[in-house]
Design a protein around this ligand. Structure first.
Ligand code: ZN
Length: 502
């Protein structure tokens, strides 16, 4: 038995001013053929989990292409075409296909990259079963569901369960190939969007409740194989986006449909619990300093790199240098121009430059600084965990600039933040810092367990938690949170039952 194996992942943000290109994929991982198995085996990626599961069950692997572009703008047309390689055409014979997809990838001319890809894969695979895993921020579309047999999402946010998710999908795939399972799926979807800040799946919170309810339906002896929720990447801006629940059952469509509806109903009931409170930047700095010890996290989540922003928003740096330049703060900014200028000047040299607000110019002008170049390095680091765990990634040529007691890490490229790997690679000790800037809405809760406090900043950008205030082009009304007073039964789209089988 042989299974064709691949991954095409990127989380697109329609409000990002930049396009995503091949460099964004190469900066994380991009492997084909035998290198896919050789280089991703043993990592915390989906491919690591799928390879281990296939090897454990003695199933052969036909490796295709595997890549993750992190999050960013809509993918350039040429890049999208280049990544749609034709290895599946030449991989026969194979008995099934497993693909790790994100679910929220857009390219120029393709709003539903995953749906189009799966339709093409189905046309090549014929009756062979197709299983996919998705990020829980995927937007689940009819084309995706119609062209695969098994669809399973991450259970965890922060996303620390990529290999386990892939392994579960692969187990269902192998059971299907060997005739032990006849997968059917049901979906329920609501035009309901949440900012991701309170979607954590451990501790206490609305997603913790949903996870408990979902897991309660999964039972080795019952008909339900997998219950997945998809609160969706809220900054996609496509017409049919929303919160979906997908249930995979062994032959029982009616139960699957009831469970899917139960999950979205429970999510709707909890919708107000996902509302995010933000703090003006100056107030947050003063409150953070009042805590008295560090590190205190200042989360510039409107410039969230893991949600597709460009990472160059400098509102926090401007305020820190104005209010507390000697507090002992760490700030990370993307600025290829300043990084190059500082690297050319060299270590120990004091330069006058400007940093930040260089790519997304709608947030203000670059911040003028006089800084000493403390370090010049290649921007390489290896992820400790998350869906890139074990992967060596690149921020491109990078520098550390010292402005009084503030340290500014300036990198050429944005990098998805799991923990503080980027600061560590720069030789900066987050635990010794008083204030630490992060550009993620969630992962710091898990990866900075030693933090003395955290504030979500009221800044501007394409990953703002203010979903009511965005100018939507494609998303249709009504949707939550803009239309909170609409009866959920009117919001509910027809719950479609996908039981065409293979
Ligand atoms: Zn996600």
């Amino acid at each position: 038995m042989r299974v064709a194996l691949g991954a095409l992942m990127q989380e697109s943000n329609a409000f990002c001013v930049a396009r995503a290109g091949m460099q964004d994929f190469r900066n994380k991982y991009l492997e084909t053929g035998p290198n896919l198995v050789g280089r991703l085996s043993g990592t915390r990626t989906e491919m690591g989990g799928a390879i281990a599961e296939l090897e454990r069950t003695g199933v052969g692997i036909a490796p295709l292409l595997a890549t993750h572009g992190g999050a960013g703008g809509i993918v350039e047309r040429n890049c999208h075409q280049a990544l749609r390689d034709d290895r599946l055409n030449t991989s026969a014979p194979f008995d099934g296909v497993f693909l790790a997809l994100h679910g929220a990838m857009m390219a120029e001319g393709a709003d539903d990259v995953e749906g189009e890809l799966l339709a093409e894969v189905r046309s090549i695979a014929g009756s062979a079963p197709i299983a996919i895993s998705c990020d829980l921020h995927g937007n689940i579309t009819p084309a995706m569901l119609a062209n695969c047999d098994i669809l399973i999402g991450y259970q965890h946010y922060p996303h620390d369960d990529a290999p386990e998710t892939a392994a579960r999908a692969v187990r269902c795939l192998v059971d299907t190939i060997e005739g032990r399972m006849q997968p059917v799926m049901a979906v329920s979807k609501l035009p309901m969007l949440f900012a991701p800040h309170l979607e954590h799946t451990s501790g206490a919170g609305p997603m913790v409740d949903l996870d408990r309810i979902a897991r309660g339906f999964e039972n080795d002896d019952g008909p339900i194989s997998a219950v997945s929720y998809f609160p969706v990447q809220p900054w996609l801006d496509v017409p049919d986006m929303g919160f979906a629940a997908v249930v995979v059952s062994n032959g029982d469509v009616a139960t699957a449909e009831a469970v899917a509806n139960k999950i979205t109903s429970e999510a709707w009931e909890r919708r107000h619990a996902f509302e995010v409170e933000t703090v003006p930047v100056d107030d947050a700095i003063r409150a953070a300093l009042a805590i008295g010890n560090g590190p205190v996290i200042l989360a510039d989540t409107s410039d969230c790199v893991g949600g597709g922003s460009t990472g160059d928003g400098a509102a926090l740096l401007e305020a820190l240098l104005r209010l507390a330049p000697n507090a002992g703060s760490l700030v990370h900014l993307v600025d290829p121009v300043a990084a190059e200028q500082a690297a050319k000047a060299g270590t120990g040299v004091t330069i006058a430059t400007e940093v930040g607000n260089r790519i997304n110019t709608s947030r203000g002008t670059p911040v003028p600084i006089t800084a000493t170049v403390e370090r010049v390095f290649d921007g390489q680091f290896t992820y400790d965990g998350g869906f890139l765990g074990g992967v060596t990634a690149s921020m491109g040529p990078s520098v550390v600039l010292a402005v009084k007691e503030t340290r500014v890490l300036v990198t050429t490229y944005a990098a998805y933040e799991w923990g503080y790997e980027s600061y560590r690679a720069a030789g900066l000790d987050v635990q010794a810092a008083r204030l630490v800037s992060v550009k993620n809405p969630m992962n710091y809760r898990l990866t900075y367990p030693f933090a003395a406090g955290a504030f979500v900043l009221d800044t501007k950008g394409p990953t703002t938690p203010d979903l009511r205030g965005l100018t939507w082009r494609s998303l249709e009304r009504p949707f939550y949170p803009k239309d909170d007073s609409v009866d959920p039964r009117r919001l509910r789209q027809a719950s479609s039952q996908i039981d065409e089988g293979r």
